[in-house]
Design a protein around this ligand. Structure first.
Ligand SMILES: N[C@@H](CCC(=O)N[C@@H](CS)C(=O)NCC(=O)O)C(=O)O
Length: 249
């Protein structure tokens, strides 16, 4: 049996949800509320000791890292395949996925943390946040949570994140100028990986992503949004609004 531990259908969680739905795989969904810090509870750490989502359990065996999970799913349940047929297509798929994982995703996430999690951390206050941070297992995440609970990311750090997001937009538009999909002619795991960042871009960065400036990204986004698997993934629980309201925000 497949089980997925995931948060809202955004970022790294939506990646794996789309992959599961593309393949028509049945799975048990375990929603982990990140804003309630459920990812740091002992019962979840027993599944993913780093205290982050997503995590896949397949017949009791746990696989982590969203891009690795998606390759695992594609290897283990090969039909329909989500990898290009050619060696070159696969290389392109992996190169772009790596760029999304190393830069596009983490730098957009920095901006997201500042906008979404900083108000929550401030509302909870230093004592509650100190207790929460003590539960965070990974040093770099502890530092990120401490930054959010303290002064937040500096202007320079946010500007740096903005530059990497702009670079990602330029690269993505260039790829999609020449190709229907990010790895070439075929829809693949690198399109799914890109969707962890792309849907929010026209709203969050209208100065970078719009029909006039990036027609190919907009065309690709429309094609992504039209996919039944993407719609199913987007229909999964999203408790951000209610969790923030419950915290008084
Ligand atoms: N490289 C990891 C990153 C996972 C990750 O950062 N997940 C975020 C949600 S998108 C998370 O669990 N954040 C909670 C936290 O840091 O406390 C992957 O691709 O699976």
């Amino acid at each position: 049996m497949l089980e997925l531990y995931h948060a809202e259908p955004i970022a790294n969680s939506v990646k794996v949800l789309i992959c599961l739905f593309e393949k028509g795989l049945e799975f048990e969904s375990h929603y982990v509320n990140l804003l309630n810090f459920e990812q740091h509870r002992p019962e979840y750490l027993a599944i993913h000791p780093d205290g982050i989502v997503p995590a896949l359990r397949d017949d009791g065996v746990v696989v982590t890292e969203s891009s690795v999970i998606n390759e695992y799913l594609d290897d283990r349940y090969p039909s329909p395949s989500l990898k290009p047929d050619s060696a070159l297509g696969r290389a392109r798929m992996r190169t772009w996925t790596k760029w999304v994982d190393d830069y596009f995703g983490p730098y957009s996430s920095r901006i997201g943390w500042q906008m979404l999690l900083r108000p929550l951390a401030q509302k909870l206050g230093p004592d509650q946040m100190a207790n929460r941070i003590a539960q965070v297992p990974m040093g770099d995440r502890q530092k990120k949570w401490a930054t959010i609970a303290g002064d937040g990311f500096s202007e320079a750090e946010l500007a740096e994140a903005g530059r990497w997001v702009a670079e990602g937009v330029t690269r993505l538009e260039r790829i999609l100028e020449r190709n229907a999909w990010t790895a070439g002619d075929d829809y693949s795991l690198s399109d799914i990986a890109t969707y962890c960042v792309a849907p929010g871009l026209p709203r969050m960065t209208p100065h970078l992503v719009s029909l006039e400036q990036t027609p190919n990204i907009m065309r690709w986004l429309e094609a992504m949004n039209a996919r039944p698997a993407v719609q199913k993934a987007l229909g999964m629980p999203n408790k951000i609004g209610e969790t923030l309201r419950a915290a008084g925000l």
